[in-house]
Design a protein around this ligand. Structure first.
Ligand SMILES: [Zn+2]
Length: 331
């Protein structure tokens, strides 16, 4: 039985496995520039964030209908459950779909068909987080938030993702203020490829409650001190960092030093179909490459539930935390 954990940094579009991509392409009559799933897997060798993003957006073309989004999310939830995920907070990128003529309702209702049944089907509770593409304009983000307003009963929070460098958090001040006024939780990618200043800015200007990645905080001791003091969670994605060359090898990952410093770190999969593994694979990888022992793994699992947006269901959080404490490794 795998260690129970929450996944807090997961882009649903990044769970599109080559097999499902081909299936949806055939069903929807969308041509793919790859002959076989092996050719497509070969294309999953990226040089950096931008080369990944290019393929990521290209493949999204196969997602057209509610049923497509349902099948995508259901396939993810099944895989996640098999790796011990008990609670998943799932990002989606509506702008990447709206720009292709797919309506907000198709995306949200399609995802919801899977998320709404996830507990009975997979034993995984869920939250949905709408992400803005930071390489799009601030106006486009505002327009996206407005388009999502009819679906806010399905959406817990907002996030900020895609190409980081050159798109500082402050660009999105207005849309984050609007999201806060709507009662939405706030997270943002910061300090993945961008500098530690972006992390500080996301906290101060956007009022974020959790940092996605945040790896580069280690370059700023005062920032580390602040994050430790304020118990600000970081959603790290070790296998993603290796694939996108944020770190040279997994053995170079600063996770052990970050835990040692007292940071509230969590381990997540980011875009698992592209980066070589789901949540449990990431736990296994840091165990093997970084020598993190069982109690460190338990700490990471505990942190994931502490950092989850479960304030509306503290009984559930308590239950999950009890599962983590009771977990017997190797049993
Ligand atoms: Zn991400």
């Amino acid at each position: 039985m795998p260690l129970p954990k929450a996944e807090l940094h997961l882009h649903i579009e990044g769970t599109l496995e080559p097999e499902l991509a081909f299936e949806l392409a055939a069903r929807n009559g969308v041509p793919l520039p790859y002959a076989t799933t092996d050719d497509l897997r070969e294309a999953y060798r990226f040089q950096d964030l931008q080369s990944f993003l290019n393929l990521y957006y290209e493949l999204m073309a196969v997602l057209r209908t509610e049923r497509d989004f349902e099948e995508l999310a259901d396939a993810y939830l099944a895989r996640a459950a098999a790796q011990g995920v008990r609670h998943a907070e799932i990002f989606f990128d509506p702008q990447a779909h709206l720009s292709r003529g797919v309506a907000m309702g198709t995306v949200v209702e399609g995802l919801w068909r899977a998320l709404g049944r996830s507990e009975e089907r997979h034993g995984v509770s869920t939250r949905l987080i709408l992400c803005f593409l930071r390489d799009e304009s601030a106006e486009s983000a505002l327009h996206t938030l407005r388009a999502a307003e009819p679906y806010l009963d399905r959406i817990t929070g907002v996030g900020l993702d895609s190409a980081e460098v050159g798109h500082p958090p402050a660009k999105f001040r207005e849309v984050y203020e609007a999201a806060a006024a709507l009662g939405l939780r706030r997270v943002a990618h910061a300090g993945e490829e961008g500098p530690p200043e972006y992390i500080t800015e996301a906290l101060d200007v956007l009022g974020i409650e959790r940092i996605d990645h945040g790896l580069r905080c280690v370059e700023d001791p005062a920032l580390v001190e602040r994050l430790v003091r304020d118990r600000v969670p970081l959603t790290l994605c070790p296998l993603s960092n290796v694939r996108l060359r944020t770190v040279d090898t997994l053995a170079d990952h600063p996770l052990p030093a970050m835990l040692e410093a007292g940071l509230l770190c969590t381990v997540n999969s980011d875009d698992p179909a592209y980066f070589g593994g789901y949540a449990g694979d990431n736990f296994d990888a840091v165990h093997e490459a970084l020598g993190l022992g069982q109690e460190r793994l338990r700490e990471l699992a505990r942190n994931s539930f502490l950092a989850a947006f479960l304030e509306d269901d503290e009984e559930r959080r308590k239950r999950y935390l009890a599962e983590v404490e009771a977990y017997e490794f190797g049993a």
